[in-house]
Design a protein around this ligand. Structure first.
Ligand code: PMV
Length: 361
């Protein structure tokens, strides 16, 4: 599919008003997306586990306007309160998706959104938030075009979410999603995420992700800025090639169930992501002392127990701990007794792999 396939034909139905609610999860990348081209196209392919418990719920209420003037008309409520600081991001998103959703200026919108994870936990809500909003807008488009196929609905939701925040395109479906063209991954595309269709060993079913909240503050460097620094990065080409190779390796690992191989790729991806940040110009550092303390504890735990706990990081100081469902008891005990002390307010979030977004009645 190309971008043009997402420009709709004139709509067949008339919709005066209504509302729709979607709940969409966050995701955690195993092979990281870091670096982008114009229009939010990724510089390399990535793959993620869709999460289950970390979710955004968004209700979109819409009402046809008497006449559509030049601007978008929307109200924004976050956890029940007006949130003007989010407006510029939504305004920019609507502008980007308008060529693909030509009805946007015909309606007055009220967007009500809330997260299942604690406010300002340092967990990026852009993936769950942008995917939930994209799904709501697609539900309206489906009312305008009742013949729309399910497949197109899903693809286009992911395509729109990508225009909001790259990694958001991996939050529509589960349980493993690939975004970005890769030679040996069926139907992979730079335009949207697709579910990974290869064979996946039972070892990876219901994989756990416990998120340790090391630093709940705002990020000092936005991911937009970080991606931009990959443009003149001295190691960029090597890194992008490595992401392709790591996906090839993961394909084999998913098939065989090789947990040690999985750990090697996932931890290396996390450290490479941060190494790219540390070697950008200007350079920056998002890990905190407790991030490193936790990583060292994970190494020790593995050495002592032979269990398969590993870590990954996104663009921040929090640590995602990944481990098989079959090892959850011992691992959770270790997290509680040994690792929670490195978290702000001893807070962590227990999550696991999920199946993607849900429409609520
Ligand atoms: O979607 P963005 O622009 O916030 O970028 C997210 C980048 C990482 O979380 C660091 C990696 C990834 O693939 O999710």
């Amino acid at each position: 599919m190309t971008e043009k396939d997402f420009i709709p034909q004139p709509y067949s139905a008339v919709v005066e008003e209504g509302e729709v609610t979607w709940q969409s999860p966050s995701n955690i990348a195993l092979v990281k997306y870091w670096g982008k081209l114009e229009n939010q196209l990724p510089a390399n392919p990535s793959i993620s586990f869709t999460l289950n418990n970390c979710r955004t719920t968004t209700t979109l209420k819409f009402q046809k306007r008497e006449k559509s003037d030049s601007g978008f008309d929307f109200e924004l409520l976050f956890e029940g309160e007006k949130k003007d600081s989010f407006r510029p991001k939504i305004q920019e998103f609507l502008k980007r998706v308008e060529p693909f959703l030509p009805f946007l200026k015909d309606y007055k919108f009220r967007i009500e959104t809330s997260n299942s994870f604690p406010h300002s936990s340092g967990i990026a809500s852009s993936a769950s938030g942008m995917s939930a909003l994209s799904l709501c807008l697609m539900s309206l488009e489906k009312q305008l075009d009742p013949e729309m196929k399910e497949d197109y609905f899903i693809r286009k939701s992911s395509f729109l979410a990508r225009l909001g925040s790259g990694s958001a395109c991996r939050s529509i479906e589960g349980d493993l999603v690939v975004w970005g063209m890769h030679n040996s991954i069926y139907q992979s595309s730079d335009l949207y995420g697709v579910p990974y269709r290869g064979e996946v060993h039972d070892n990876f079913k219901n994989y756990r992700d416990t998120i340790l909240l090391v630093d709940k503050g705002e990020k000092q460097v936005s991911s937009t800025l970080g991606h931009g620094l990959m443009n003149d990065h001295p190691y960029a080409e090597t890194r992008f090639r490595q992401a392709h190779d790591n996906l090839d390796k993961l394909k084999k690992i998913f098939r065989s169930g090789d947990l040690e191989g999985f750990i090697k790729i996932v931890e290396s991806e996390a450290l490479t992501l941060h190494a790219m940040m540390m070697t950008s110009q200007p350079y920056f550092l998002l890990m905190k002392p407790n991030t490193l303390a936790i990583i060292n504890k994970v190494f020790e735990f593995r050495q002592e127990t032979g269990l398969h706990l590993c870590f990954t990081l996104d663009a921040g100081a929090n640590v995602h701990l990944l481990y098989p469902d079959s090892e959850k008891e011992e691992t959770l005990m270790f997290i509680k007794t040994d690792l929670s002390k490195y978290c702000q307010g001893e807070q962590y979030i227990e999550d696991h792999v999920g199946n993607g977004a849900k429409k609520l009645a």
